[in-house]
Design a protein around this ligand. Structure first.
Ligand code: AMP
Length: 226
C-alpha cells in the first residue's frame, strides 16, 4: 500500500466495536487534516432529532442491530460530497456488511476516488468488553473518558472544556455489546478477506496504548516510516 497524504488519503478503519476506530480516526484527523466520517455518529445525530426515521434508527442501535444497507449508503454518499472530504477521509464504521463493501467500491469509482487502504484494528473480545463497558463522554464537547483507563485530571470535570456532565452510550451495555459482537462476526468480518483479496488490508494490533496503536496505523499507511 502506498499512500500519499498530499494527493488525499481515503481509508477505512475497521474492526470489532470498541477496538478503537473512533479514537484512532479522531487522532488521524488531527494529524493529517482529513475528514472523519463515522456512520455511527451520523445515525446518532439523526436519532437525536426525534424524527420518525430517528426513532426507527434508535430502536435498531439500542439493541445493537444494524440499520439497512440502503439507508446508510445514501447517507454516506451525500456526506462524501461535502467539501471537507475534498482532501480525503477516514471511514469509521463503514462498510459493516459485504454488500456495503461492494457498493463502496462502485460509489468511490463514480466519484473518482481511489480507496488507499483498509486498516483492521485487532483487539480480543475480553478487552473490548472492558473498554466499552467503562467508556463515557463529556456531554458538552464529546471528549472521551474511561472509568479505569482515561480518567479526567479532576474527578467529574472534563479536561478539555471544563464541562461537568457526562453520558454513556445506550448501546454500551453488556447484552447489546454481546449482540454487536455477534453481528460483527457474522456480518462485518466477511469484509476483511474481501479487502485482503484486493490487496488493501493492513492489520494492526490494537491492544497497546492509544498512542502506540496510532503509530502502528500511521506506519501501516506509510504516513510515518518504520
Ligand atoms: P458505531 O458508533 O460505529 O459503534 O455504530 C453504532 C451503531 O450504529 C451500530 O451498532 C449500528 O446499529 C449502527 N451503524 C453504524 N454504522 C453502520 C453501518 N455502516 N451499517 C449499519 N448500521 C450501522
Amino acid at each position: 500500500m502506498n499512500c500519499s497524504v498530499g494527493s488525499g488519503l481515503h481509508i477505512v478503519l475497521t474492526g470489532a466495536p470498541g477496538c478503537g476506530k473512533g479514537t484512532q480516526a479522531r487522532l488521524l484527523k488531527e494529524k493529517i487534516g482529513i475528514a472523519h466520517l463515522s456512520t455511527g455518529e451520523m445515525l446518532r445525530a439523526e436519532a437525536k432529532t426525534g424524527s420518525d426515521l430517528g426513532r426507527k434508527i434508535s430502536e435498531l442501535i439500542d439493541k445493537g442491530n444494524l440499520v439497512s444497507d440502503e439507508m446508510i449508503i445514501e447517507m454516506l454518499s451525500k456526506r462524501i460530497d461535502e467539501q471537507d472530504c475534498d482532501k480525503g477521509f477516514i471511514l469509521d464504521g463503514f462498510p459493516r456488511t459485504l454488500p456495503q463493501a461492494e457498493v463502496l467500491e462502485g460509489m468511490l469509482k463514480d466519484k473518482g476516488i481511489n480507496l488507499d487502504g483498509v486498516v483492521e484494528i485487532q483487539v480480543p473480545d475480553e478487552i473490548i468488553m472492558e473498554r466499552i463497558l467503562g467508556r463515557y463522554s463529556c456531554m458538552k464537547c464529546g471528549a472521551q473518558y474511561h472509568d479505569r483507563f482515561i480518567k479526567p485530571k479532576v474527578y467529574g470535570v472534563c479536561d478539555v472544556c471544563g464541562g461537568t456532565n457526562f453520558y454513556r452510550r445506550i448501546d454500551d451495555n453488556m447484552n447489546t455489546v454481546k449482540n454487536r459482537l455477534v453481528n460483527y462476526r457474522s456480518l462485518t468480518y466477511p469484509t476483511i478477506p474481501y479487502f485482503e483479496n484486493k490487496g488493501l488490508l493492513k492489520t494492526v494490533d490494537g491492544t497497546g496504548t492509544i498512542e502506540a496503536t496510532s503509530e502502528k496505523i500511521q506506519k501501516a499507511l506509510n504516513i510515518i516510516k518504520d
